[in-house]
Design a protein around this ligand. Structure first.
Ligand code: NAP
Length: 304
């Protein structure tokens, strides 16, 4: 069977990693979409289509032209604080666009793989299983939960992959992540303030990309938790980064979340139980040390 896969967010961290896995793949046609110009460094082996998530008529045309067998939806408004201060833009991108894409999937018989977040949970009782009750504490988490519920109610042919604290590197990134930010700051000798009261399982972008592609190829259905397997306070991750690149850990200062004065509250302890993904998708994430080593090799190639 030939897979016709439509990917959203192909300029993002996860999106670029998925393009790497699906371009030039046998029996697979990939249409990779993002807003603006294509920022993936490799142009062959797939078709790039420019499309803004808020432009519904454009998506109707893309579905009519390509008739995708699978939609992988990674694009989102991912800036949690911006979602807290601009509800209508967050709703347009993280809820309404998902509703419209879901209805197109239902109309064209398209299997949908959607990326969601640990921020659907309140962080009072992590690590979480797929069966635990969500209770978001900020607008971004609430919008991503609404999107999950819309998909679950409208198109049974879907998999929702929740993830957390992604790290990794690609050329021309939309935004940084904790690993790159800590490394860059410490390399420049800058002091950084890092939270002690938020606990997460850092997730290597390659691991999530592989799980997403597996879910797409197997036409998996239902909810899956996908993250790294090591759970730690975010400050420990920053210290690991210092240790790995032999940087001055005394520049890292402990703070609690309230002292950062961020517009959006963060759930304190999330973390995932990965058993379902391990059992049903054969998911086997890298260790943090392996993930940092991979990022290091990729940075060396980019900086050469
Ligand atoms: N990063 C995390 O720690 C994390 C944690 C939990 C869940 N997630 C979820 O994982 C998914 C991928 O995250 P990521 O870290 O790869 O995010 P990312 O690097 O910020 O990529 C998101 C992409 O969405 C695109 N986008 C935003 N608004 C758009 C619009 N109106 N039209 C078209 N494209 C638009 C962005 O485009 P531009 O490049 O042009 O800005 C960006 O390329 C998201 O669904 C996110 O909610 C991420």
């Amino acid at each position: 069977m030939e897979h016709r896969i439509l990917l959203t967010g192909s300029n993002g961290l996860l999106g670029q990693k998925i393009v790497n896995l699906l371009r030039d793949r046998q029996h697979t046609q990939l249409w990779a979409s993002a807003r603006g110009t294509n920022r993936h460094p490799i142009r062959g082996g797939y078709t790039y289509v420019e499309a803004d998530l808020t432009d519904y008529s454009r998506w109707k045309d893309i579905f009519a032209d390509f008739k995708p067998t699978t939609l992988i939806h990674t694009a989102a408004m991912t800036q949690v604080d911006q979602c807290e201060t601009d509800h209508s833009l967050c709703d347009a991108i993280n809820v309404t666009a998902v509703e419209q894409l879901t209805s197109l999937c239902a109309r064209y018989g398209t299997h949908m793989v959607h990326i969601s977040t640990d921020f659907v949970f309140d962080g009072s009782a992590g690590p979480y299983r797929e069966t635990d009750a969500p209770a978001p504490v900020n607008y971004y988490g609430g919008a991503k939960l609404k999107a999950e519920q819309i998909i679950q109610a409208s198109n049974p042919d879907h998999a929702i992959l929740r993830t957390m604290l992604l790290y990794g590197v690609t050329p021309a990134m939309s935004r940084s992540n904790i690993v790159l930010w800590a490394r860059d700051s410490l390399m420049k000798g800058k002091e950084i303030r890092v939270v002690t009261d938020q606990v997460r399982c850092p997730t290597l972008a390659e691991d999530l990309a592989q799980a997403t592609v597996t879910a797409a190829m197997r036409e998996a259905r239902g909810l899956y938790h996908i993250s790294g397997s090591e759970m730690m306070p975010i400050i420990d991750l920053a210290r690991k980064v210092a240790d790995f690149w032999d940087l001055d850990a005394s520049l890292i200062h402990e703070v609690d979340s309230p002292s950062l004065n961020q517009p959006a509250r963060r759930p304190p302890v999330t973390g995932f139980i990965l058993l379902k993904a391990q059992t049903e998708l054969g998911y086997q994430p890298h260790t943090l040390d392996q993930g940092l080593a991979l990022v290091d090799r990729q940075l060396q190639a980019l900086e050469a």
